[in-house]
Write a protein that binds this ligand. Structure first.
Ligand code: HPA
Length: 247
């Protein structure tokens, strides 16, 4: 086995072709139970762990996810690198729905989510460096895989993490754009920061599944989101296969 990598599956991605599942494990952590059983699999000589962020039946909304339990479970399994798949809405005009994005920055607009492991019994308060929220080496591996797999992937951009579960108003998206955000999703934080606290490399593989509020004439319907998710998920599966082949 060469690499040990974890994939946090978002909307649409519950598994991917070619992954041989060896076992499923129900875990408990000091922070509670992860979103679902952890799948242990093999792909192209890599050891892969897969966790469904919204639960196996996709029933956990973004603000109710136990991010700490999910990340703690991955750390317990000795994971060094995490690819976090996330559905997003597009703010930037170049990021058409179904396009993949490997973002570079995050702005956190979420609230009331347990967002740190540094809470009690501390010898010293620790402030992680989060100036570059994503691991650059992992980002570059994802971008190289996108070229190898002939996928049109947007390199960079800023991910706005919103509270959800509702979508945004047009005025909110206008504000996010003024803030410099290019895509908007509901699960990017505190996940990325918790991974950094536990010293695991983390990168987002975002897939656009709709134009954000006010960025198209069309109403944002679940039907439209589902259609784009199905197309984009195939691209994500190809991207991850490409990544594992070079890991
Ligand atoms: N906003 C927030 N989160 C999302 C969106 C959106 O438009 N699309 C998919 N996740």
């Amino acid at each position: 086995m060469s690499a040990k990598i974890a994939i946090i599956g978002g909307t649409g991605l519950k598994s991917f072709p070619g992954l041989k599942i060896i076992k499923q494990e129900v875990m408990r952590t000091p922070y509670g139970t992860p979103s679902g059983p952890i799948s242990h699999g093999e792909y192209a000589d890599c050891e892969v762990i897969f966790i469904p962020r919204h639960g196996s039946a996709h029933t956990i909304p973004p603000h109710m996810i136990n991010y700490r339990a999910n990340l703690w479970a991955l750390r317990e399994k000795n994971i060094k690198s995490i690819v976090a798949v996330a559905a997003v809405g597009s703010i930037h005009a170049d990021i058409y729905p179904t396009r993949l994005v490997i973002p570079k920055q995050i702005i956190d607009y979420t609230y009331d989510r347990p967002h740190t492991f540094f809470e009690q019994d501390l010898q010293q308060v620790k402030h992680i460096d989060f100036s570059r929220p994503y691991d650059e080496t992992l980002r570059q591996h994802l971008l190289a895989a996108s070229i190898n797999m002939d996928l049109d992937c947007y390199d960079g951009g800023c991910y706005a993490a919103t509270q959800g579960p509702r979508l945004e108003t047009t005025a909110e998206i206008d504000r996010l754009e003024r803030d410099g955000c290019d895509i908007v999703g509901m699960t990017g934080m505190p996940e990325a920061a918790l991974a950094r606290e536990l010293e695991m490399a983390y990168a987002h593989c975002a897939m656009s599944v709709n134009w954000a509020a006010g960025r198209s004439q069309e109403e944002i319907t679940m039907e439209l989101i589902t259609q784009c998710t199905q197309i984009a998920t195939k691209k994500v599966q190809a991207l991850i296969s490409g990544l594992l082949q070079v890991s």
